[in-house]
Design a protein around this ligand. Structure first.
Ligand code: SF4
Length: 482
């Protein structure tokens, strides 16, 4: 015989052992081990004894986390992947749930998924992956599963309602044959559903005070999303995903998705959430200027649990701007400031800004004859008939100055640099490498659950990448104890 037997129609009996085929170092086997040692009784207890037996929560959790780990975020892509992916076949034990079951699990166990995040974080702590040295806080804008053109203000909603009313009236008045009647029924139902959605949106907008305010908008696809500007300046219906990251192995210690574009007011809640999850505060807490407002600085000084490194919004721009108020010299004996031209700014009065914060107003007596007035006076808020330069001095400015000094010191610079290499790569990894550029689910609660899954997958990846051997030892010990 010239050739070996080659018959593709020949069927085979094969003894399959997926674990053996994958190997003990494979991602799927390690993920399997990690989920096995977690306590999922919170999920298990919510199932009833009656009815058809459900998929085991451990199997569901393994499949979903493996999906987020591999970059398959929806139930459908995961189901399509199943046939080809040995890891999914192993984790599901060849009993794979359909996409609806996967999606329902993510939605039904929101709180329990957050609890799983905390347990995986504890595993990171057990494997000595949290250094408690530097904690970086930052947010990233992630697209909502919503159509930007479905973002409407009250005027737009009323206009569309009128249009639908006319269409419905025309439809009801039309005389049609039997077959057309069926089509009419489908069309009518569709229009009525849209009308109901518009009415709900109009009601919510009125309650939010949108009457006469065209800027207030409501997204009809995902009402919880908000129009936000991303890093490239593109406006989209987005969510703002907040993260705190430890710098030792870039382990995520806390996450929270909010629907306000600003990071302001997130510094202390996120720092506390991280502390709650990990059980200890970090030595240093780092965040960019988006997290600071005037009041934050005094609060930061009064928090003894950590050392903050957070610049104010004008710290870097004012450095090279000699006409910035920060570069005016103060003379405390006379209580006056001196501008770069040596002109005096004298105290005028105490006042309050739009946020209710008190400040002291200082003003020059003559800027009209100054050679650099066009460079300097544009900084002045005084656009009235008095064209002399004014500056507002807040009691919180002293705390801001101390923070600037700290950040400008050799050690301060070194510590603050850690932020760039800790939390910024996390955003790149999630969005560019893993492809998570849009939420699959809709609504603030559901996207939070989804982001928790993404965060679990991130920490799982860090464990596999940096502590696979320690994990295997830990799992072996856990198996002995059990
Ligand atoms: S414009 Fe007024 S405050 Fe500014 S440098 Fe000239 S004199 Fe000084």
């Amino acid at each position: 015989m010239k050739f070996r037997k080659y018959d593709q129609a020949q069927t085979k009996f094969v003894n399959l052992n997926y674990r053996k085929m994958l190997g003990e170092d494979s991602d799927a086997v390690l993920i399997n081990g990690m989920i096995e040692v977690l306590d999922l009784s919170g999920i298990e207890d919510r199932y009833d004894e009656v009815g058809n037996p459900a998929y085991h929560p451990k199997a569901m959790m393994k499949i979903i986390i493996y999906g987020y780990y591999e970059g398959f975020f929806g139930g459908r892509p995961l189901s399509r992947r199943y046939e080809k992916d040995l890891g999914l076949r192993y984790l599901s034990n060849d009993d794979f749930p359909d996409h609806r079951t996967i999606n329902l699990f993510r939605v039904n166990f929101k709180d329990e998924i957050a609890e799983v995040f905390a347990q995986v974080l504890m595993l990171c702590k057990e494997l000595e992956m949290i250094g408690f040295e530097n904690l970086s806080i930052d947010g990233q804008k992630i697209k909502a599963n919503a159509n930007v053109f479905q973002n409407k203000n009250l005027k737009g909603i009323r206009k569309e309602k009128e249009k639908i009313e006319k269409l419905l009236k025309k439809l009801l008045e039309s005389e049609l044959d039997f077959q057309q009647e069926e089509e009419k029924k489908i069309k009518k139902n569709k229009l009525q559903r849209r009308m109901k959605k518009l009415e709900q949106a109009a009601q919510l907008l009125i309650e939010a005070g949108a009457e006469g305010d065209d800027k207030l908008r409501y997204n009809l696809t995902d009402p919880d999303s908000r129009i936000m500007k991303d890093k490239r300046g593109v406006l989209n219906p987005d969510y703002n995903a907040q993260n705190t990251v430890d710098d030792k192995f870039q382990v995520l210690t806390a996450v929270n998705v909010i629907n306000t574009p600003s990071d302001n007011e997130q510094l202390f809640p996120m720092k506390e959430k991280s502390e709650e999850n990990t059980g200890s505060p970090h030595k240093n807490t780092l965040a960019d200027c988006g997290y600071s407002d005037k009041e934050t600085f005094t609060q930061m000084e009064n928090d003894p649990t950590t050392e903050y490194y957070v610049p104010d919004r004008t710290m870097y721009t004012s450095k090279n701007d000699k006409y910035s108020k920060w570069n005016f010299k103060y003379e405390d004996e006379q209580d006056v400031y001196f501008c770069p031209q040596g002109n005096k700014l004298i105290f005028i009065r105490t006042s309050k800004d739009k946020d209710g914060l008190e400040y002291r107003l200082y003003r020059t007596e003559d800027c009209e004859h100054c050679d650099v007035k066009n460079k300097c006076r544009k900084k002045s808020k005084n656009k009235g008939k008095i064209r002399n330069r004014t500056i507002c001095v807040y009691p919180q400015d002293e705390a801001i100055k101390r923070m600037r000094k700290k950040l400008d010191s050799k050690d301060g610079k070194k510590i603050y640099q850690v932020r760039m290499s800790t939390v910024e790569p996390l955003h790149g990894d999630m969005q560019k490498n893993r492809g998570f550029i849009q939420f699959v689910l809709r609504g603030l609660e559901k996207v939070n659950s989804e982001y928790n899954l993404l965060a679990i997958a991130h920490n799982v990846r860090k464990i596999i990448l940096h502590r696979a051997d320690a994990l295997k030892k830990y799992l072996a010990n856990a198996a002995k104890v059990a």
